[in-house]
Ligand binder design. Structure first.
Ligand SMILES: Nc1ncnc2c1ncn2[C@@H]1O[C@H](COP(=O)(O)OP(=O)(O)OP(=O)(O)O)[C@@H](O)[C@H]1O
Ligand SMILES: [Mg+2]
Length: 183
């Protein structure tokens, strides 16, 4: 099984849909799946997912040729079942525009931007799935087709050159740390 993860708005579904079609993988959306399985609970305005329950169900249910997509993907499948994990990254300034268009509230916006800047998903994926199986790609200002091509080649050959990402340095040099981390 392969996974595509990354913060909201990094382009997961856009590329996953094309990839699944191109190489004949069964696309599974973690959010849809958890709703369908009744693993989400409404907490005020936010939907919360019971990650432990979801892991138990999904570990059994997911076929080998699956492409699992979602920001929770690295937390809900056992390491041994995953061949390759792709983490999509995106410049926080661009991501901010995506979130504004989606009308995220301030809290949700800052949480997701902070997570992207520090690289939480990348770190957690390496920790949970392993350094050798984890590959990150920067989708900022790249065409969908060029990203699809990179990932497709990784999936077929099992190897790829990762992108270097250091948003924290960039944000700090732009003197924007306070803007993104006003805590
Ligand atoms: N490679 C790309 N280059 C430029 N824009 C892109 C690229 N991939 C996706 N986009 C655009 O970025 C936005 C977010 O993409 P998408 O919805 O696929 O993200 P996502 O990671 O699936 O988000 P979510 O986790 O919220 O479902 C969309 O407007 C999409 O058209
Ligand atoms: Mg999506």
């Amino acid at each position: 099984m392969k996974i595509i993860t990354g913060n909201p708005g990094t382009g997961k579904h856009t590329v996953a849909r094309i990839l699944a079609r191109n190489i004949g993988l069964e696309l599974i959306d973690v959010n849809e799946m958890s709703m369908h399985e009744g693993m989400t609970e409404r907490n005020g305005r936010v939907l919360e997912v019971d990650v432990r329950k979801l892991k138990r169900v999904l570990d059994k249910k997911i076929p080998k040729n699956a492409l699992l997509v979602g920001h929770l993907a690295p937390y809900i499948i056992s390491k041994s079942k995953i061949e390759i994990a792709v983490v999509l990254r995106r410049n926080p300034y661009n991501l901010e525009d995506v979130y504004k268009k989606r009308r995220y509230d301030k809290k949700k916006m800052l949480e997701n931007l902070g997570s992207e800047i520090i690289g939480i998903t990348y770190y957690d994926t390496i920790k949970n799935i392993g350094r050798k199986k984890t590959f990150q790609f920067d989708t900022t200002n790249k065409s969908v087709s060029s990203i699809v091509k990179k990932i497709e080649s990784l999936f077929v050959k099992g190897k790829a050159k990762e992108d270097n990402v250091d948003w924290l340095k960039m944000v700090s040099e732009k003197k924007d740390l306070k803007r993104f981390f006003p805590y």
